[in-house]
Design a binder for this molecule. Sequence first.
Ligand code: 13P
Length: 262
Amino acid sequence: MCYNYRMKSYIVGNWKMNFSVGESSVYLHKLQQKTRAYRSIEVVVAPSFTALQPLSLQLDRKKIRLAAQAGNPHDFGAYTGGVSYTQLRGLVDYGIIGHSERRQLFHESDKDIRASVAAALRNQITPILCIGETETEHTFGETEDVLRDQLLGGLSEVSTEDITKVIIAYEPVWAISTTTDSRLASPDEIARTVKFLRHILSDTYSASVAEEIPILYGGSVNPSNAGAYLTVPGINGLLIGGASLIGDQFIDIIETAKKVQS
Ligand code: 13P
């Protein structure tokens, strides 16, 4: 099996806690000027909450879609500082859920994550469910157990009808924001992991569900390694942090995605 031609490729930029509202707007303006609209590639950017509304007004939806970086699973109520998927409805098409930084730094539990996946779907927002093992779990050979728990835990409130509306992003925590090549995940390693994830999806749901759910890879993706990651069997796109903050690099990765499809 090579690249899945039936499926779109997703290039998602997670800006994390970077860019002011003004900088976000200038970045989006330039990105839209320089990128072409490809039907086979879904380009998504995830700015901070404060930038979502202004960016939604300047968005060329044929080229770019918006994602939230997180959300509160409750619809409304006394959750100071929270932003719910109900409030995000209509503003974003995607929601990044369960990112390792949210799990580790904001103590989001499996319960919060599965409730967020359900809340996003209930509000017509496509969840991008992030899963990934830490360095210690990787070293101690616990990767498969951790990923199985995070995957099935995150999906446990999703109906069989909605299951193919979910996107999975595999981001090994040890490969995020690395500066040395030795810490990069190898395409072979990712291929084995993605095969394992699809096997779990097939066992739990069905073979067709396992084939239909897009799986993205994230972890120090840049213009030099994007082509190799995009051609990993079973991978349908990339979730990019650092390189998505540099317009030329992000555009380069979008163009690489187009090239590997042809
Ligand atoms: P980097 O691309 O900076 O490693 O970040 C990956 C990530 O966490 C995207 O969500």
